[in-house]
Write a protein that binds this ligand. Structure first.
Ligand SMILES: Nc1nc2c(ncn2[C@@H]2O[C@H](COP(=O)(O)OP(=O)(O)OP(=O)(O)O)[C@@H](O)[C@H]2O)c(=O)[nH]1
Ligand SMILES: [Mg+2]
Length: 492
């Protein structure tokens, strides 16, 4: 009995903070049975809450792809140890998992967080909790359990057996999101590679689950979380074939690298400085890029809305053109299989002139997000010497006191709101101040048919003086090396 009680107290409701009223009531109830009933009520009422608070906003998903996707009813499960983290961090991690599940198109109906020193060797959560989980599945009519960990195949099978539904882990959810969103040829290849690498050591446990889950369907949107992308048809391939496919994908990806470099170089050749907009996923990178450039890049309240780098152009006050490159969101504990895919999309950062690091000021874990991003950046060659700017976005969502605290901690950062427009102009100026100045001063007389060159100078250089004289166009300007050479060659 004592053990049961102890265990019950070790189970935390993920949304405890949002159920303060219910909590007080349960403290008053002295009768154990009443308390149990109350707990049951709480679980039920919280299940409703979970949908409201965690599932996020499906309303802004109007694209056909999302409407087609079947919404799975998922239950989240996590284990945490007080030796490793705090309860707040464990809850925050489960919330992030909820956001990921939401992005993948699932409906989160409940969550269970258990404190244990180690995950149970057989069933990940303790066997008593596993039984409760089975009941939770039943009462919520859930069809998938997402475990907030890298789950060994044996534990997954045991949990599936106990609950009778599909069990997947955090990595599978992230892979699924990447599979749904990758659009470029390279992005797709990278994701398929990551999925195959993830699948390989897990092949043994999969056949059973998938035959129940997705029936005879071919891989596609309807397969549900964790089975999109290469999907079950490829699962039937034996290891040898998968290995062959992996080699092929690697070769394909290597062959795509020159194309990417050419694109990058052409921007360099035009002397257009580039600002990489980086940051934790959902920080508001795309919204901020839009606000800074006035363009309409896809923005959605979902993690990883941007999977391929998008480049938008902007103009400085003096009329120089420069570009913002909106990048893939960073996330902590990125599945190892995806690190390479992810880094390759970030390689471009190393050839940019300024890095704009966007942080969601309203996030509960600002410092952790900043360090996750800094750690990943530190791993990319050649980014060290690029000037960086830290911008706290979504200041409309925080209190004056919170804003004040952040300003004290990060005195050099910019504080903005992409939606309200606060601070955007100052941020533009701060970015412009960091752009490399065209450093060659030219004073040339150009023939009248050199109008195209003048246009290039307008775009990429800084014009000091421009006179249309009788003998030709008299131009005094600061430009980059290559443009300087062209101007000198054309001058009379
Ligand atoms: N209140 C408020 N919401 C914002 C602000 N900026 C962005 N958002 C919202 O935050 C969510 C994420 O914005 P995105 O711009 O898609 O974020 P992102 O960093 O590009 O996300 P990924 O590309 O998915 O990594 C959207 O729902 C935006 O409407 C802001 O300044 N204030
Ligand atoms: Mg984005």
């Amino acid at each position: 009995m004592a053990e049961t009680e102890n265990k019950a107290s070790e189970q935390f409701d993920v949304f405890e903070r949002q159920s303060a009223v219910l909590e007080e009531q349960s403290e008053q109830a002295s009768d154990r049975e009443l308390e149990q009933q109350d707990w049951q009520n709480r679980v039920e009422r919280n299940a409703m809450r979970h949908v409201a608070n965690l599932v996020g906003n499906h309303a802004d998903r109007t694209d056909v792809e999302y409407q087609k996707a079947r919404l799975e009813r998922v239950i989240l499960v996590g284990v945490w140890s007080s030796y490793e983290t705090t309860q707040t961090q464990a809850e925050e991690s489960l919330r992030e998992l909820a956001a990921l599940a939401d992005t993948a198109g699932a409906e989160v109906v409940d969550g269970l967080l258990q404190r244990r020193d180690h995950p149970d060797a057989a069933t990940y959560i303790g066997s008593g909790k596993a039984k409760e989980l089975a009941q939770m599945v039943e009462s919520n009519d859930a069809d998938t359990i997402i475990v907030n960990a890298d789950l060994p195949p044996s534990q997954r099978r045991a949990l599936e057996k106990l609950t009778g539904i599909h069990v997947i882990d955090r990595t599978a959810v992230i892979l699924d999101i990447f599979a749904q969103h990758a659009t470029s040829r390279e992005g797709k290849a990278q994701v398929e590679l990551a999925q195959l690498q993830y699948m390989l050591p897990r092949l043994r446990g999969w056949g059973q689950t998938l035959s129940r889950q997705a029936g005879g369907q071919s891989a596609g949107q309807m397969g549900g979380i964790g089975s999109r992308g290469p999907g079950e048809t490829k699962l039937e391939m034996n290891r040898r074939v998968i290995h062959k496919r992996i080699s092929k994908l690697k070769a394909d990806i290597a062959a795509m690298e020159p194309t990417r470099r050419t694109k990058r170089d052409s921007r360099r050749r035009n002397d257009i400085p580039t600002v990489s907009v980086v940051g934790y996923t959902n920080a508001g990178k795309s919204s901020l890029t839009n606000a800074l450039t006035g363009s309409q890049e896809l923005v959605r309240n979902a993690l990883f809305a941007t999977l391929d780098t998008a480049v938008r152009s902007a103009k400085t006050r003096s009329g120089r053109t420069y570009a913002y490159a909106d990048t893939v969101g960073f996330v902590s504990d990125l599945p190892t299989q995806l690190v390479e895919a992810f880094k390759s999309t970030l390689e471009e950062i190393s050839s940019s002139d300024v890095i704009l690091h966007v942080v969601d000021a309203s996030s509960l874990d600002v410092d952790a997000h900043i360090s996750t991003v800094n750690e990943i950046l530190a791993d990319i060659d050649g980014v060290e010497q690029i000037p960086r700017l830290l911008a706290f976005n979504k200041v409309d969502l925080i209190t004056q006191a919170q804003l004040h605290r952040l300003k004290e901690l990060y005195p050099d950062a910019a504080f903005v709101s992409a939606t309200s427009g606060v601070g955007i102009e100052q941020l533009q100026h701060a970015v412009e101040a960091l752009l490399p100045r065209p450093h060659v001063r030219v004073d040339v007389l150009l023939p009248y048919d050199a109008g195209a060159l003048v246009a290039q100078v307008r775009m990429a250089g800084q014009i000091e003086q421009l006179d249309y004289e009788d003998e030709g166009i008299h131009l005094q300007a600061f430009v980059g090396d290559s443009l300087a050479a062209k101007l000198l060659a054309a001058s009379q």
